[in-house]
Every structure is written in C-alpha cells, then in structure tokens.
Design a protein around this ligand. Sequence first.
Ligand code: GDD
Ligand code: MN
Length: 388
Amino acid sequence: MTLHSLTTQRQTTRPSPDLGSPLALAVIVPTLNEAGNIAAMVAGLDRALDGLAWEAIFVDDDSTDGTAALLRQIGAYDRRIRVIQRLGRRGLASAVTEGVLATAAPVIAVIDGDMQHDEALLPKMYEAVTGDDGGGGCDLAIGSRYVDGGAASGFTGVRELISRTATRVTNATLRTTIADPMSGFFAARHDAFMASAPHLSNIGFKILMDVVASSPAPLAIREIPYTFRPRHAGTSKLDPRVAHEFFVLLLEKMLGRYVPVRFLMFAGAGLFGLAINLMVIGSLFRHAGISFAVALPAGVIAAMAFNYFLANTLTYRDLRLRGAAFLRGFVGYAAVCAPGAIGNIFVSTLLFRDGSTWWVAALAGAVIAVTWTYAATLLLTAKRRRPV
Ligand code: GDD
Ligand code: MN
C-alpha cells in the first residue's frame, strides 16, 4: 500500500471530527490546596471567556485538600476543565511550564487559583496578544498592578513594600523596565513561551520573569492594569523558602552561565557558618577572657546550630521540623557532623600557640569540619534527591 493510498483511505474512512471552532486560549492555573476556590474560579472563567474557544488546565501539586478530585468531577462534565496532577513535585513556576507544554492552544494565559487576579481581564489580554484589539499584537501581555489604573488591594504594608523592592531589584538585574515583573498574571503567544521553555530555570514562584529573562529574542510586551484582589479562600503559599528561591533565580539568571548556583549557595551558607564560628570563638576568647579550650567547642556548636536552622527553614522546608522534633533533629544532625567537629577541635587545639594567632588555628579546624559536612551531605542526600 502506498503512502498516497493510505492517506486517501484515512480521509475517506475517518473524516476529521468537527468539534466546533479551534482552540483559541488555554488558561493555566497552578494550584496547591485551593479546593475552596475551584468553584468560584471555574464560574469566573466561564463568565469572563464567553464566546471564546478556551480550556483551563489546572496543574495541581498533589494537594491534600482534594483539589484534583474536585477538578476531575467538574472536568467529567465540562471538557474545558482539565487537570494535571503532579506527584512528588513542588513549584508554581514548573507547574505553569508543564501546563503550557500540555496545550495545543496558540495563546496561553496564566492566572492564580485563588481569585486574586481579575479573570475579567483575560479577554483584553488575549486580544492584546492576538492583535484583535487593533493594537498590532504582542508576545506577552502582563496583568499589572503598577501601571496607571492598576492597584494591589490584596497587598498591604510589608507585602507591598517587599513587592515593590523586588520589582526594582528584578528590573535592575534583568535590565528590563516592566512595571510589574513579579506578576503571576499574564497571557503570551504559545510559541513565544515555547522559545523560552528550554532555557527556563523553573525555580520557585516567578515564572514571568523567568520567561522574560530566558527568551532568546526580546519580547514585545504590553502591560494592562488590574486590581489585585484579596484571596477568596484558603491561605497563601508564600513563605521564606519562596523568597529564598526568588533570590536563587535572580542569581541563576545573572551568574548561571559562569558557575553552578547551587554550589554558590552551599558556599555562601558555609561562609556564613564560618563567620559565626570565628565570631563566637573570637568574642568569647579575646573579649570575654574565656579559655580557648572552651571558646572553640562553643563556636563549633554555634556554627552547627546555624547551619541546621538554615537547612530546616530554607533548603528542606517541605520536611521542616518544629518543637521537640526540631531539637531531636538537631541531635541527629550534630551526630552526623560530630566526626568533622571532633577533627576540627583536635586540629585547632594542636595548632593553637598563643592568643594572637587563635584564628589561624580556628580556621584550619573549620576547613576540616566544612569538608566533612560537605562530604556527609552529598552521601546522605544522594539517595533522596528528587527532580524539582
Ligand atoms: N502547582 C503549584 N505548586 N501551585 C502552587 C504552588 C506549588 O508549589 N505554590 C503556589 N501555588 C499556586 C497557589 O495555589 C495559587 O493558585 C498560586 O499558585 C499563587 O500562590 P499564592 O500562595 O496565592 O501566592 P501569592 O498570593 O503570594 O502571590 C501570587 O500573586 C502575585 C501577584 O500577581 C503569585 O502568583 C505571584 O507570583 C504573583 O506575583
Ligand atoms: Mn494568592
């Protein structure tokens, strides 16, 4: 059978199904425990996008409140509602990317699942991208709190200050002039997003700025004002780890070409620990007149406690320990570090000659401890490492 007859046969036996007009817009909604917002979200999209051939892809990171099950219930009757449930993974940015990869729509929009973004703006954003509004079209239309007509009523006091500062830092770092680069609300040409996709860091919350920074060609961007609303239900997922990840993302976009950023972070935390170690030993021994033999272990324990606290609040936040478990965890951590700490104390004591060179001895000991901890961390986490 020739290729030609195969195709003709297919054409005659399977005419292409007519399911109405082709898909125009995919709305990507990242969700983590948003069950209380799903009904309002679906109703809002249904109202706002009337007349447009759209689908919504909810990308859920295995919420424990039944978000995915609820979405499937709705999706069984409403084919516009789709769900991607990810197991063992976390992160708003990577969730959005997977949603975009899963659609055939020529235009995508990204919106939070808690009603803070105004879904009524979606048609305007869609038309800004396609050019249906007579504006000539663009690659990216951003829902912006910080252009004329926009507002951030959902943000007050410290949150707004942080948001505005992050905006300045981001623009300075990426050499952009976007009024609201921290926005999680935007529409884009699917192919413009796809051009960025292979280069995305996908770390943390800030997918928009990742897309802009990772695009191989400069993007034509428009900003459209909207009012950021208070959350409909549930709680925010922003925590110190998210802020930390934002910092890592910025570093990665600035320096990622030259050095592995994860290593930089480890080195940074190590240097911090070292500074604390030397400060405690120095102040006890030099200024409080406590003997080196006592000041040294105190400095070692302080550095260990600091590194443990850092790991518990940032790096391993998902597995964070509190109360008695936090203390038990510290004992375990100290046990793992013990050989390095003992090596540290042994070498420092051996090298200690007199008061003026105490820091040489302390530093040499610290190198032993850091080397041990690094090796132990690599060994212990090698088995547990998961894709992000
Ligand atoms: N799949 C997935 N995985 N979704 C997540 C995750 C995650 O790890 N973390 C948060 N989300 C979802 C939430 O369920 C919500 O739908 C949306 O991402 C935003 O999370 P919030 O916790 O509500 O964040 P926010 O209100 O502090 O900030 C949001 O709004 C800002 C203003 O536009 C974020 O979207 C920011 O990126 C945005 O700038
Ligand atoms: Mn929110």
